[in-house]
Design a protein around this ligand. Structure first.
Ligand code: TYD
Length: 144
């Protein structure tokens, strides 16, 4: 599959008014393509660390820098792209089986992550060569 079909930048509406901003993210196809099973957020990282460095066999994600900014490198084994997350209304949707690195966190970065599945360490691939091997296995199964 082409990388451009595996990730998507989504701009959410601002329902704010003179009292301030309000952004809503609803699952099950309302704003994002999956049902939200898990929410976590990452803060206190800085420009010296690289997080992620894994792929997930099943889970889809939606990333939003609700404060500050960070960069996400998305890789499908053939192509890669770097996306800068720097607006509370901008979400990055990631399909399953993508390798991702998150880095260059600003000091005020709060990276909110919505996930389509509960946490299961068994569906994480944390070795890049193992990821490439898993992609080859998936492709050979799909071509049968
Ligand atoms: P890790 O996957 O290394 O975080 P990141 O993707 O940001 O690099 O997760 C750090 C630790 O937290 C690791 O021990 C697994 C645990 N963890 C959970 O228990 N549940 C979760 O939903 C997540 C994302 C991590």
């Amino acid at each position: 599959m082409k990388l451009e079909e595996q990730y998507k930048l989504i701009e959410f509406a601002d329902l704010g008014d003179e009292r301030g901003n309000l952004v809503v993210i609803e699952g099950e196809g309302m704003n994002i393509p999956f049902d939200i099973k898990r929410v976590f957020y990452i803060y206190g990282s800085d420009s010296t660390v690289v997080r992620g460095q894994h792929a997930n066999r099943e889970t889809e994600f939606l990333l939003v820098n609700v404060s500050g900014n960070s960069k996400v490198r998305v890789d499908n084994g053939r192509e890669s792209v770097v996306v800068e997350l720097n607006k509370p209304r901008m979400g990055l949707y990631l399909a399953s089986m993508l390798w991702k690195d998150m880095y260059d966190f600003s000091d005020d970065s709060v990276l909110l992550v919505l996930a389509s599945r509960h946490y299961d360490e068994k569906e994480y691939i944390r070795d890049y060569d193992a990821y490439l091997q898993a992609l080859r296995e998936k492709e050979s199964l799909e071509s049968e």
